[in-house]
Design a protein around this ligand. Sequence first.
Ligand SMILES: [Zn+2]
Ligand SMILES: [Zn+2]
Ligand SMILES: [Zn+2]
Length: 469
Amino acid sequence: MTALTRTAMQRSASSSIPPSAGAPPRDTATTDSANWLDLGELRVCVSGQDPRLLGDQPGLLLLSNPADSHDAIVFRGQLTARRYRDYLLQSASPGALVIVDQPALGVHPDVQLNSGELLALWEPLQPYLDTIARLRRIPLLGSDASRDAVLALVKAHTRQSNIEARWQSRSDQPIGYPLISSTPDARALLEKLADDGLLQRHFFERLHQCGHCASAQVFAREVCISCGCSDLTEAPLVHHYACAFQGPENLFAADDGLACPKCKKMLRHYGVDYDKPGQIVSCNGCQKTMSEPDVSFVCGDCQHETRGDDSPTHTWHSYSLTADGARAAAAGCLPNRQSKAGSSTLIELTDFIAIGRHHVDIAARCDRPLTLVALYCESRESQSLMPDRRGRFTDFLARLTCEAVRRGDLVTRHGDVVIACLPETARADALVLVERLQASIDANVSDEVDTQITYIEGDEIKAFLDELA
Ligand SMILES: [Zn+2]
Ligand SMILES: [Zn+2]
Ligand SMILES: [Zn+2]
C-alpha cells in the first residue's frame, strides 16, 4: 500500500458526530410542540415576486419587505449565496425559516417547495412550527460585527441542529457549513465561537494546505523519494528464489518469458522459481525503485509545491452548541455583551423606586445633579412590530441600557419602558451616556423600531417615581 492510498483510507474513516456526544442542552421550553393557535398569524416575507401572487392564505400574513419582522422568507427564483447575503443585510429576522422554490446555489434552505405548495403554505410549514416558536423568542439581532456569530448560534439553536461540516465542490473552501453557508469565512468564525466556549468541536477532517499561500486547493501526488519527480510507475515486484534478487517485473522481461536480470536464469514456475510479494514503484525520471514514494502537494492557486512533511494542516470540525452557546442564542447576543465591566444589572421596579427616592433626597439635600432617562420602543410602522416581539425588544433594550450605564446607575423595566436613574449626573452628562446607548441601539436593532427617549430631572423625578409606585 502506498502512502497515498493509506492516507485515502484514513480519510474515508473520518468521523461524524456521535449522536449523544456533546449534544446541546435541548430547549426545555419547547418540549410541548408549538401549534398554529399558539403562534397566531404567521408572517411570511416573499422575495422576488409580489406576495399577492401567493393568494390570500388564512393564518398567513404575506409581506414584501424583509425589514418587517417575519417568521419565514420565501425566495421565488433561484436563491444564491449573494442573494441570501443581501437579504440578511436588510432582514429584520435573519434567522427566519428559508423557503425556496428551486434548488439553491451555495445556500442551504430549510424547505424546498413547489409552486402548488407555495399556494397553500399552511401544510408544509407544519413541521417547522417549533422552529418558528423558538425564533420568536429570540430578541432582534443587531447589525454589528457579531451578527454573523450570533446568527450561527441562533440557527443551530432554533433548528436544534449541529453545525455540520460537509465537503463542497465549486467553492474556495473544500469544506463548508450548510447551516450557515452564506457566512464569509465560516471556519474562522466557528473556531472563535468554540474558543469562547459557545460551541463544542467534533473532528471532521484534517487537510493539508499550501506551504506558500495557505490555500486549501492543493493536489496530493506521489513523488520519487530520490528526485521528487511524479512520473512513477507501479509494477509487480518479482522475487527470484534461487539468487534472492527482487525487482520490478519489467526488469525480468525476456523474449520467451521471465529471466532474472542478476543471475540470468529463466523463471519458469510461479511459486517454485519465483513469486510476486507485492508492488514496487519505479521512477521514470531517475530509475530509482522504492516501495513507498513520498507525498507532495501542488497548489492550484500559486503552483507552489510543498513536500508532505513540510505541509501545514488545518483541522476541520463540526460543532454543537454548548450550554453557554444555547444561552447566547436565546439571548440573541454574545455573552461578552452581557457582562461588560462597569455595566449595571436590571433591578426590580420596587427596588428602583426605593433607591431612586433615596437618590432624590441626597440630590436635594446636597444640591447634587440627578437625571432619569426613560426609553420606550416604538415600531416605525405601527403594524409591523409583532406584539410578542415588543416584550422581547424591551428586554433587549434593557440589556443594552445596562451595558451603557456606569456602575452605580440603576436600571429597571416597567412594562415596555426601560428607566435608568443616573445619580451625580446632570442632563448634559446624561446626553453623553444616551448618545453611547443610541449608538449601541443603532448597531444592534433593525430599522423597524424607533426608540423614544425622555429625560426627567429636578422636581419631576419625585413625581415620576410616585407615579411608578
Ligand atoms: Zn499556494
Ligand atoms: Zn536470479
Ligand atoms: Zn526519481
